[in-house]
Design a binder for this molecule. Structure first.
Ligand SMILES: Nc1ncnc2c1ncn2[C@@H]1O[C@H](COP(=O)(O)OP(=O)(O)OP(=O)(O)O)[C@@H](O)[C@H]1O
Ligand SMILES: [Mg+2]
Length: 226
């Protein structure tokens, strides 16, 4: 289980996370909050992309400060701008690259790549350059490239920004069907209806923690008061 204990982080003199303590045990966890409230920074602490100035983030016995490599293999991360995650000449190679570190051997690697391409509807594009895919397909490729490594936890930072309704639904269905734990940072409140738990962030703190039916109205009220 991911656990944050007294996590605080500043950029220059500006506090962006303030003493956040959380046990992230639920299968589906959403995080919402205003622009600049610290969501992406919090997301990045979960797999060691950001190591907090104070406090610690752990996954079982692993600590992001000391075991970033172990944690990154277990906690997959999908960015809001999927294009940044597309780096290889072809779609198939983009899916394969994440597997290299796992050294699974040629056959197992090829099997997993094929399975991921089919599952995410990308098998017809295997030899195309990823940057020619549509926005929704890029998002699915980014998801496929992370999920092919079979992480224990998937952290998604606004995976549906830029997407039309059809592709938003496609990403939603994909996330919905995953066995893995998902921690979803989003402005798309509709995605959270069936989530187990939703955290509301404001000015670097978690100001509400509950079921979506209570968290979303709390956030809406917070925004109405501004
Ligand atoms: N690498 C960085 N260097 C300096 N300041 C940063 C950096 N990353 C984030 N910040 C600042 O930290 C604050 C929180 O940013 P963060 O990206 O975590 O917010 P957010 O809640 O994800 O916002 P949004 O909803 O707009 O994505 C912002 O004021 C931002 O300018
Ligand atoms: Mg953000």
């Amino acid at each position: 289980m991911l656990r944050l204990e007294g996590v605080s982080h500043s950029y220059d003199d500006r506090a962006v996370l303030r003493d956040v303590t959380l046990d992230l045990a639920e299968h589906r966890i959403g995080v919402i909050g205003a622009n600049g409230s610290g969501k992406s920074t919090l997301a990045r602490t979960l797999n060691g992309l950001v190591v907090p100035d104070e406090g610690r983030v752990t996954l079982g016995e692993w600590d992001t400060r000391r075991h970033a490599r172990h944690i990154r293999r277990r906690v997959g991360f999908v960015f809001s701008d999927a294009a940044n995650q597309i780096i290889m000449p072809t779609v198939a190679e983009d899916v394969e690259i994440g597997l290299r570190a796992l050294k699974l051997g040629r056959e197992e690697t090829a099997r997993r790549v094929e399975e991921a391409l089919v599952r995410y509807g990308l098998d017809g594009h295997r030899d195309h350059p990823g940057h020619l895919l549509s926005g929704g397909q890029k998002q699915l490729l980014a998801l496929a490239s992370v999920l092919v490594t079979e992480p224990e936890v998937l952290v998604c930072d606004e995976p549906t920004t830029l997407l039309d309704l059809r592709n938003t639904r496609m990403v939603h269905r994909t996330l919905d069907g995953l066995e893995q734990q998902v921690v979803l940072f989003t402005h798309d409140l509709d995605l959270l209806d069936d989530f187990d738990r939703v955290l509301v962030m404001d000015a670097g703190r978690v100001v509400f923690d509950g079921v979506p039916g209570d968290a979303v109205p709390h956030y809406t009220k917070l925004m109405d008061e501004r």
